[in-house]
Design a protein around this ligand. Structure first.
Ligand SMILES: [Zn+2]
Length: 479
């Protein structure tokens, strides 16, 4: 039987403040172990936490942009559990009164709305490092107390692809807000999933919590695996147990971590060291007014202002840095569609291949525009331009430098092209005969040969014209 997959996502976002959530220790990544610590984030007796104002403002920014209702009062709770990376034996979190709730995020070009159940603030734990050879474990508390925002969706997601779309849209939005670098590989964006299956229309089935998905690709694979596993159990009349499973990237498998604990296992109670406080409405309004242009708004503007198709505008605005690069190019060159085409194909492909972001790329907007101008002035063909582009992004050289040093200038001189055409026709009498007999594809083959002979440098338009002229001799005139 075909079952419906039901997925809810819990996203943990590391907020990119300079200092931790409840103390003034630095949040800088990569510092020597245990150098960014103080009595508060080490949980020493008698130390008192103080909420970082910036953390609170960042959280409000996120809540507004996913259309949440914001709580009137901010209250923190202790989530109690023991683990060696948690010096206080509790985590400061928010339990019964999350900062915000009942929002939504639109995905699939606004065709589907994913409801957001709640958004709350909490702190991160330290980091354990296990040295299996020496048989020891070490702990680094630099991460302890780093501010996290947890964004919990309703189980409105019905396929691994939709989960991927939701996470992509959320990441894009959060990057626009400049509250996190959203790097899943570095752990600043983490995602757990609740997965269950049901006969469409029935109540929700037992949910399995999936953890340890460290990339967007892993998320999709893990969800697919888990949905298939649950379908198989269901169809074999086996019970699906409520449990937490880990995605194992190497074996492409989910493995049992623990049976699910309930909220009461954590013995939540109000954090007595942080007094609840009423949120100032004026502050919310100020944050709302200061929000930057968000991806949806920018997409609409790109369509109007640059006359781009909706698809282009979508692709270009997904990543804020890409949208900025596009606009920088538009200031220097008057054809936005050409810029869009190049960014969507060559540039994004290059970034993908190299596994880098646009900010990590060497190419400058000005150099890309220089390349377009070489095409426009017939110095190189569009095809050669792609070759030059690939050299530019790796070497950081100016396009004209590459064209000159590699001798890539287009051949526009008619006599030179004609000479090559004559040679090609002489070498391919069979193809010429085919052409004379009406096989039109032969023409394309001959153009290809001319291009091969000139290493792609013959002007394509001239080549077509001249080849047509030369071939006329071989056609029998119609009566
Ligand atoms: Zn500290």
């Amino acid at each position: 039987m075909e079952l419906e997959t039901v997925i809810g996502l819990e996203v943990h976002l590391q907020l990119s403040t300079e200092t931790k959530a409840f103390c003034s220790c630095s949040t800088e990544f990569g510092a020597p172990a245990n150098t960014h610590t103080c009595p508060v984030c080490l949980g020493l007796p008698g130390s008192l936490p103080v909420l970082n104002k910036r953390v609170f403002e960042y959280a409000i920014r996120a809540a507004i942009s996913v259309n949440c209702l914001i709580s009137k009062v901010v209250k923190f709770d202790r989530k109690n559990y023991f683990y060696p990376d948690l010096p206080k034996n509790y985590q400061i979190s928010q339990f019964d009164m999350p900062l915000a709730a009942k929002g939504y995020l639109e995905i699939l070009d606004e065709r589907k709305k994913i409801n957001i159940r709640r958004i709350h603030l909490e702190e991160d734990a330290g980091k354990l490092m296990h040295d299996e050879k020496k048989g020891i474990s070490l702990v680094d508390f630099n991460r302890s107390g780093i501010p996290l925002l947890e964004i919990v969706s309703e189980p409105d997601i019905n396929s691994p692809q939709e989960a991927y779309e939701y996470l992509t849209a959320l990441k894009s939005l959060l990057q626009y807000l400049e509250i996190s670098n959203c790097n899943m590989e570095e752990g600043s964006l983490r995602c757990d999933a609740n997965v269950s299956v049901r006969v469409p229309g029935d109540a929700l089935g037992s949910k399995v919590e999936l953890k340890n998905m460290n990339s967007f690709k892993a998320l999709k694979e893990a969800l697919q695996f888990e949905a298939t596993r649950q379908n198989r159990l269901f169809n074999n009349n086996e019970k699906i147990l409520q449990e937490t499973r880990l995605w194992d990237e190497d074996s492409k498998n989910t493995v049992l971590m623990r049976t699910k604990e309930e909220a009461q296992d954590y013995r939540y109670f109000p954090e007595p060291d942080l007094v609840p406080f009423v949120i100032d409405e004026a502050l919310i309004e100020r944050i709302r007014a200061d929000l930057p242009e968000l991806p949806g708004e920018k997409k609409e503007r790109f369509i109007k202002e640059y006359n781009l198709p909706s698809y282009d505008a979508s692709v270009l605005t997904k990543d804020k840095a890409v949208s900025l690069f596009f606009e920088e190019c538009c200031k220097l060159y008057e054809n936005p569609k050409t810029i869009s085409n190049w960014i969507m194909s060559e540039l994004l492909m290059h970034l993908n291949e190299q596994g880098i972001t646009i900010s990590g790329m060497k190419l400058k907007a000005k150099s890309l525009i220089e390349l377009f101008k070489l095409i426009d002035s017939n110095i190189i063909s569009g095809k050669i331009a792609k070759e030059v582009f690939h050299e530019m992004v790796i070497t950081n050289k100016e396009p004209i430098e590459i064209v000159n040093s590699k001798g890539l200038r287009q051949i526009v001189d008619e006599d030179s092209i004609k000479d090559v055409i004559k040679k090609v026709l002489k070498e391919n009498p069979n193809v010429v005969a085919d052409y004379a007999n009406g096989k039109k594809n032969s023409f394309i083959y001959l153009v290809g040969q001319v291009m091969k002979e000139t290493k792609g440098k013959a002007n394509p338009q001239k080549t077509n014209e001249l080849l047509n002229g030369e071939l006329e001799r071989f056609l029998t005139p119609h009566p």
